[in-house]
Design a protein around this ligand. Sequence first.
Ligand code: PHE
Length: 367
Amino acid sequence: MDYEGIGAQALDSIAAAQDLDTVEGLRIALLGKQGSISGLLKTLGAMSPEARQANGPRIHALREGVTAALTARKAVLETAALDARLAGETVDLTLPAPERPRGSVHPVSQVMDELAEIFADLGFAVASGPEIEDDWHNFTALNMPESHPARAMHDTFYLPDLTAEGREMVLRTHTSPVQIRAMLATGGAQPVRIIAPGRVYRSDSDATHTPMFHQVEGLVIGKDITLAHLKWTLETLLKAFFERDDIVLRLRPSYFPFTEPSVEVDTGYSYVDGRRVVGGSGDAPGHSWMELLGSGMVNARVLTAGGYDPDEWQGFAFGVGVDRLAMLKYGMNDLRAFFDGDARWASHYGFSPLDVPTLSAGVGVTA
Ligand code: PHE
């Protein structure tokens, strides 16, 4: 028998195998139970002892050679398969990442941050109060007793339950109750300089009114605070906020139960490319006045309700609509879009996902 010839032929076909299935097929055909080399081994039993002694080592060598060749070929093909897979699965890190939906800072948040920033430079602290307020803080303490007609002006949302003390609960109709809370917190003995930004609620809805909107309240209490301080503060605020020096204010006598005297503050504006732009006197050609906020000197009754002696202390307060300020500064025309939660709307008006402070420090204050 030409065992060496059979071996050489087997090694040739193993070397020619191009994939692992072929190698496995060869293993079964050569070394399996019915395999050709297994068959050769079986022939040993029928041989004479001399023939067996001569052929045994040759057949065993044949089987070992083939086994080693199969193992080696299998390893080569496995490595090649792995290499091919790794090459096919490489990630191209230079490809642009898929776009993710991006949110945006809301104009109201942006404006509140801007106002807080400006007022921080003027030495104001930020105060807050509950949105579900009792009617004493929201009305009575602000010189609007139960029968007061101004209560009806506010289109108040009342809650069904009373407080433990039997007071009616409302969704606060303005941020002014925070004035009372801020005054009571000092014990009536210290100057106050706060702003209170927050949500307020009135049963009202059209293109310029939404049932929930935002205000910033301001309150300054001291021993020698006058209307001149109020005017300077508002002028400084609006110049910093609108980032222009030509802001002209007009103070008009008005009425609020919680301030005396009360002044409504108008600002001059004109239309530029169909948009209202604040700046200049409302009496200048092409200009008009627009009402911007309510303010006044804190009513003596309000000081008393806040625990301050009106013979010793006085101060000013103002309340301004944040949504309106945002519309004016950023040129939006429909208030309702503020509450649609559409990120495309915010980015259309230039708001980005990151809240980047836009106003510089050091506004109007000298040490
Ligand atoms: N609270 C008033 C409003 O909501 C605004 C205001 C605040 C007026 C403080 C005067 C002083 O209309």
